[in-house]
Design a protein around this ligand. Structure first.
Ligand SMILES: *Cc1c(COP(=O)(O)O)cnc(C)c1O
Length: 392
């Protein structure tokens, strides 16, 4: 039976039950699966029969997760990976060859930036960065060997938005593969494939897990492209553990209700601190003051769980503020049930030069807040007391 609503799909699409008639999917911690006969083994290896062979290829738990996230994203096929970075790396490495060129948005997750600048050049795969604010001029950045466009929207941590419909049309006009890292939005808030993205990647570690427990990633898209990705991933081996896949598939069942609350809390916190004299700027995609508010409204269901605050007093103030927080966690993650604060300029984006950071809006006073599921009054109160105590 096919369900059309997101919530019902996420809850009801599940691995078929075993002869134990369990209601909740069990964990299949098995490296391999037994063949009924030598002939069945041959057929499975030859792709003449669907079915499990070996957990590096597929496992009931990873298949369950893929089916749920494909339904959520509106994609045909997918591959699970051991982490988000394995998904980012795999989406590029499996579809590109020596001599190819990637056009990427300048605002990217730190490790994705390292992939493009330090790792892919070893194999002759080069890149150019385009500014999100200047996307109408990206045509000038194309090279004869450009094969792929790689973007994040909303970007981390600047929360800049790229028009998915525009960039998908641009990619198609130039016969390029468009890859969108949809980690910040999650498939509940935004489905890039519905606007024309060819590949959607996820760090499932973030909001899909949503409780700070496991690492995981996904690469999703049209079957013909995913078949190539699957070939590469099967034989290079960054497979997701069945245990982690089980955790993530269970988390998909609560993604919609969790995201509704993350968004509600994030919007309330952002609105509360906008105009505060200790805060130079508040960024949240669904605040009317966001420069791309209309675009965010067009392609996202809500603004997501991340906000940024640029505090007065720069680096010293930002560090003091973080040290004064009593409840909000200081840790290198996001998309957790617990609110988390990060200072990108000195941590996740410290490898960029100050000029590179300024170009993507990461000022020294900027803190990124992943707004959790605590009561919103407690989140606001913690920020307010830390703002007060960190004043000079
Ligand atoms: C965290 C993150 C990644 C990397 O995911 P891991 O699961 O940590 O490997 C990639 N892209 C974005 C936008 C992220 O936030």
């Amino acid at each position: 039976m096919a369900y059309k609503n997101f919530e019902t799909q996420a809850v009801r699409i599940a691995a078929s039950s075993s002869d134990q008639r369990e209601h909740s999917a069990p964990i299949y911690l098995s490296s391999s699966f037994v063949f009924d006969s030598a002939e069945q083994a041959r057929q499975l290896f030859a792709d003449e029969l669907p079915g499990n062979i070996y957990s590096r290829y597929a496992n009931p738990n990873t298949s369950d997760l893929i089916e749920k996230v494909c339904a959520a994203e509106g994609t045909e096929s997918g591959v699970t990976t051991a982490s988000g970075m394995a998904a980012m790396f795999g989406s590029m490495a499996s579809l590109l060859h020596q001599g190819d060129h990637i056009l990427a948005s300048r605002s990217l997750f730190g490790s994705t930036h390292q992939l493009l600048t330090r790792i892919f050049p070893r194999w002759g795969i080069t890149h150019s960065y385009g500014d999100i604010s200047d996307i109408v001029n990206w045509e000038k950045l194309l090279q004869p060997n450009t094969k792929m466009i790689f973007i994040e929207t909303p970007s981390n941590p600047g929360l800049e938005i790229i028009d998915l419909e525009y960039i998908a049309n641009f990619a198609n006009a130039h016969n390029l593969i468009l890859v969108v890292d949809n980690c910040f939005a999650t498939p509940y808030l935004q489905q890039p494939a519905r606007w024309g993205a060819h590949i959607v990647t996820h760090s499932a570690t973030k909001f899909i897990d949503g409780q700070g427990r496991v690492l995981g990633g996904l690469i999703l898209g049209k079957k013909d492209l995913i078949d190539e990705v699957q070939f590469f991933m099967r034989h290079t081996g960054p497979s997701l553990s069945p245990f982690n896949a089980w955790v993530l598939a269970k988390s998909m069942e609560t993604l919609a209700v969790r995201m509704d609350r993350h968004c509600e809390n994030a919007f309330a916190v952002a609105s509360y601190f906008e105009g505060n004299t200790e805060v130079e700027r508040v960024r949240y995609p669904f605040l009317p003051s966001h420069p791309q508010y209309q675009l965010a409204k067009k392609q996202m269901r809500h603004g997501g769980g991340i906000i940024t605050l640029t505090l007065t007093g720069g680096l010293t103030r930002a560090k003091k503020f973080i040290d004064e927080l009593k409840m909000i966690s200081v840790t290198a993650n996001l998309g957790d049930s617990r609110s988390i604060i990060t200072h990108p300029a000195s941590t996740t984006h410290s490898k960029l030069t100050e000029e590179e950071r300024e170009r993507v809006g990461i000022l020294n006073g900027l803190v990124r807040l992943s707004v959790g599921l605590e009561h919103v009054d407690d989140i606001i109160q913690d920020i307010e007391q830390a703002l007060g105590k960190s004043k000079n």
